[in-house]
Every structure is written in C-alpha cells, then in structure tokens.
Design a protein around this ligand. Structure first.
Ligand code: CA
Length: 228
C-alpha cells in the first residue's frame, strides 16, 4: 500500500509519516500542490491524504485535476476544524472522506484502513497455492491459519503475490516497501526476504532467487531445477 501525503505543515506531516510507516504503509510526502500534482501524474498510489490549504496549487485544485484525469484514487482531505465550506467544496470536488484538524492518529489510521479497503475492492484477495493474502485486511493465511508476519514481510509477500509468474527485482521491492527519503538498502531487502522465506517454510510455497535478477514465488515441485 502506497500513500501520498500532501501537507505543508511540517509537524503534522512528520507525525503522519511516522505513524503510517509504523503501520507498514509506504508513504511519500510532498509539501505543495504542484509537487502533489506531478507525483499523481507520474506515479501510482493507493490513497491520497490531501491538505486543502497548500502553497503553489490548492488542495481543491489538485483534487479537481486528479478527477479531471478520470483517476478514481481514494482521497481523504484534511481541513481546519471550522472549515465547513472547505469540507463541502472538497466532497463536491470528489474527495471520499475528510478529517478535521486537529485529529487523533488512531482515527486517521482507521479512516485510512477503510479507504484503502474500498480502493482495492476488486483485487482484494490474492491467492497462490495454499496461501491467500487479503489486501484490505492486510492478513495472510494458509488453510485458515493466519501467518505471523511483520508489516514489511506482509508488504513483501503482497508484491510477490501480485506478480506471480514474474520476477520481482530488488529495485522494485525497494520501491514497494519504502517511501521517498526512507533509506532501505538492498542488503535490508535480503534480510526481509530471508525472514519471509523462513516463515513460509512450513507451507507449500517457496521464494525463488534468480541471482542478480530478482525473486518470484513458486510451488516446491517447480523448484527442483532451481535450488534456492
Ligand atoms: Ca496547510
């Protein structure tokens, strides 16, 4: 799950980035409307958290441009507590939800969960062998048993399951697992892969490594010719 946060107040932005990263989201932060617009044109996100009072291009204009491009990305706007007009204008312009500042982080996180669930309604359950991964709930199961995975391991499993039959390169993993400005080395990626591989050991699923090229999910009987 990749979230774009457009917020010019550094204190609010910092708190949000930290909280959402801790919950396992990849979060990218921009502090003005032009940068938000550019990011939305050039990259894929699962959710936009949009402050309406942004420099360079207002949040409302960012939202209007997004919807004019027929982009249905879920959008949550952040408004001032007394900003009833803003709220109405935001919802009219195509926002899915709003939150008034100041807000409690648990409430924001609950709204984010609800919106990202809605956004992935069509492709909610990913399946491979005995494994399934619910993108809305962010839970992986095998034969009804929930796998005990960290947020990063879940994100890793998600991208491997989204691309079954294809190789996922380390660069793609770095991209999927982290937002801008978050340092994750390819060595760290190897550690996450190693941990996830260990946790998948009891199940009929393996992570295959093609040295120098990337990773893919395979079923064990297909792995005989491709050790590790
Ligand atoms: Ca602002």
């Amino acid at each position: 799950m990749r979230i774009l946060l457009a917020e010019d107040d550094p204190m609010i932005a910092d708190g949000l980035v930290r909280a959402l990263r801790k919950s396992g989201y990849a979060i990218d932060h921009v502090s003005n409307g032009m940068d938000a617009d550019t990011a939305l044109v050039s990259q894929q996100f699962d959710l936009l958290i949009l402050d309406l009072g942004l420099p360079k291009l207002s949040g409302i204009d960012v939202l209007k441009r997004l919807r004019a491009r027929k982009n249905a990305l879920p959008v949550m706007i952040l408004t001032a507590l007394d900003g009833l007009d803003d709220r109405v204008r935001g919802l009219d312009a195509g926002a899915d939800d709003y939150l008034s500042k100041p807000f409690a982080l648990p409430e924001l996180e609950a709204r984010v969960r609800a919106l990202t669930r809605r956004g992935t309604a069509q492709s909610k359950l990913l399946e491979f062998g005995c494994l399934n991964y619910d993108q809305g709930e962010r839970v992986a199961r095998c034969n009804e048993q929930i796998l005990d995975l960290s947020a990063r391991e879940l994100a890793l499993l998600e991208i491997l399951m989204l691309r079954v039959g294809r190789l996922v390169s380390k660069d793609q993993l770095v991209d999927h697992l982290c937002g801008w400005g978050e340092e994750v080395s390819t060595n760290a990626i190897e550690v996450y892969v190693h941990r996830l591989r260990k946790k998948l050991e009891p199940y009929e699923v393996r992570i295959n490594t093609m040295r120098g090229l990337g990773y893919s999910l395979i079923k064990p009987d297909a792995s005989r010719d491709a050790p590790n």
